[in-house]
Design a protein around this ligand. Structure first.
Ligand code: SF4
Length: 507
């Protein structure tokens, strides 16, 4: 039975035994057979961070002709402001239209917590439908309705006949999970339950036999390229270019997917993940319900990982020879272009921080460029990354630090003081600590920049070269900025607050 038969998806702590606590080295991890964390293990001290709402809204705010209706407390979902630039530029790059993301909130207050928020939600849905006439309204259920027991699905069922938009519940109660990746499941769950049926007016009842055959052939060469917003348009174009070189069509899903076209994901020949951490929930559902096979390994970041990603897809379609030819041509050109950078990068120390797959794949790419990997911090750990650790361990000759943490900047600052990397790659909201220590930083993901495929290797190398040639900005910043930690903490063991792993819970 698929999880999509339930109203809500399970949290990843339960579904995948995902965890967020490990501090050690790649060799230590290897000895533990990658079972690095104890599920539900905790830190004795922990710093606050984001909740699953942020990545969920990153996906939903991209959807065209949709109103995001936050059902939560005042302020909850305010991160949508920061995501609007992506919605505007993403729409412009895809369709030549600049359009803001539309998001509203029921802004629940103290009185609603006592009397319930269902009536407010009903009114907000009707208002959103009347004012904006969207194709869909995604009702995002946040913490407060989860705590006070609002029946969000019941309200939607009741109100649906009164509105023309399709209403999709997305359960994002932040208190339920510490694993943000549950957000991808929550959005896929909402879309999978409500939006994958082919619209009546799109059923092409009068098309000729020839057109039917043509369509059938096209679909037999179409792959679902899944993007939960971990790629910008420039990266989508690069992967479509590589698949196009093999004669394959791509159907990019779900970011920026038009509601009336979402059903196409149920008609492709194959689903391909670009980040296994993101997509297992959907691809398994598509296989079970629509018999679409899937490939769920290798993130196409770096030369070897892109080669492997292409080879897997080519093998499915029997296109091995074409793939080898493509790989040979692409890598020859790329290696020639990288030669001017590699001598400069040789031995430069790098620390990488991101979601697990991206962190590991990017570290592999940096090793290919000649960097010395001194540390990798992944936001969580689950089974999908086990072969990634093995690949990295083989590719990197030195032992290096592995930290699994839902950020925890206090562990990061301690590690950076000790490891002294030349450059830190982290998310745009996570580079502050390294910058204030005077370390050069580069953003590990930005929708406007190229990271994926062969083009991504070259573009990242080019940007890092320029940045490392002149790292003065952060050096000067460190002289004028301070961090809130004591000298005593810098001298302590960085993982001392991790329970069940040799660290002490309390001082
Ligand atoms: S869902 Fe909960 S934890 Fe997340 S921002 Fe809203 S109130 Fe905060």
């Amino acid at each position: 039975m698929t999880y999509l038969e339930n109203k809500e998806p399970p949290k990843r702590e339960d579904r995948l035994k995902t965890c967020i606590t490990y501090g050690g080295t790649i060799c230590g991890l290897s000895k533990k057979s990658k079972s690095c964390c104890i599920n539900d293990s905790e830190r004795g001290f922990s710093q606050g961070s984001i909740c699953l709402l942020l990545p969920a809204l990153g996906m939903i705010n991209s959807l065209p002709d949709n109103v995001v209706l936050l059902h939560g407390a005042i302020g909850c979902g305010g991160c949508s402001h920061s995501q609007n630039a992506n919605a505007r530029s993403g729409g412009n790059l895809r369709w030549g239209k600049v359009k803001d993301a539309l998001w509203l909130s029921t802004a629940l207050n103290e009185a609603d917590v006592i009397s319930g928020g269902e009536i407010k939600l009903e009114k907000a849905i009707i208002e959103a439908d009347r004012n904006y006439r969207p194709a869909t309204i995604t009702v995002v259920a946040a913490c407060v309705p989860g705590i006070i027991g609002d029946d969000v699905d019941g309200v939607i069922e009741r109100i649906q006949p009164q509105v023309s938009a399709r209403i999709i519940p997305v359960h994002c109660e932040g208190f339920k999970t510490k694993i943000w990746a549950t957000a991808y499941d929550a959005v896929y769950h909402g879309i999978g339950r409500s939006l994958l049926e082919k619209p009546e007016n799109n059923k092409n009842l009068n098309i000729s036999e020839f057109e039917k055959l043509e369509e059938k052939y096209k679909l037999s060469r179409t792959v679902n390229l899944l993007n939960v917003s971990s790629m910008g348009r420039v990266d989508e174009v690069e992967l479509s270019r590589l698949l196009g070189a093999l004669g394959l069509e791509t159907n990019i899903f779900p970011v920026f997917s038009k509601p009336e076209e979402m059903y196409k994901v149920t008609h492709a020949a194959l689903s391909i993940s670009t980040c296994p951490t993101h997509d297992d929930y959907l691809v398994k559902f598509l296989e079970e319900k629509f018999q679409i096979p899937y490939i769920l390994r290798h993130m196409p970041i770096g030369i070897e990982n892109t080669n492997k990603w292409i080879r897997d897809i080519a093998a499915f379609f029997g296109l091995e020879q074409q793939a080898e030819k493509l790989i040979k041509e692409e890598t020859r050109e790329l290696e020639a272009a990288l030669s001017e950078f590699k001598a400069f990068f040789k031995g430069k120390r790098v620390f990488v921080s991101a979601g697990e797959f991206r962190a590991l794949a990017t570290a592999y790419l940096l090793a290919e460029l000649g960097f010395e990997i001194v540390g990798v911090r992944s936001f969580h750990h689950d089974e999908f990354a086990e072969t990634e650790y093995e690949k990295l361990e083989k590719a990197v000759k030195n032992d290096f630090t592995i930290n699994i943490a839902n950020v925890q900047p206090f562990e990061e600052v301690n590690l950076l003081k000790k490891l002294k990397p030349d450059v830190f790659l982290g998310h745009w909201n996570g580079n502050g600590t390294a910058s204030k220590l005077g370390i050069a930083t580069h953003v590990i993901y930005n929708t406007g920049l190229s990271y994926i495929g062969y083009k991504g290797v070259y573009e990242l190398a080019r940007r890092l070269y320029r940045q490392l040639k002149n790292p003065l900005f952060n050096k000067k910043l460190s002289k004028n900025a301070r961090l809130p930690y004591t000298e005593q903490w810098y001298k302590s063991e960085p993982f001392k607050y991790i329970k069940n792993q040799g660290g002490e819970a309390d001082e």
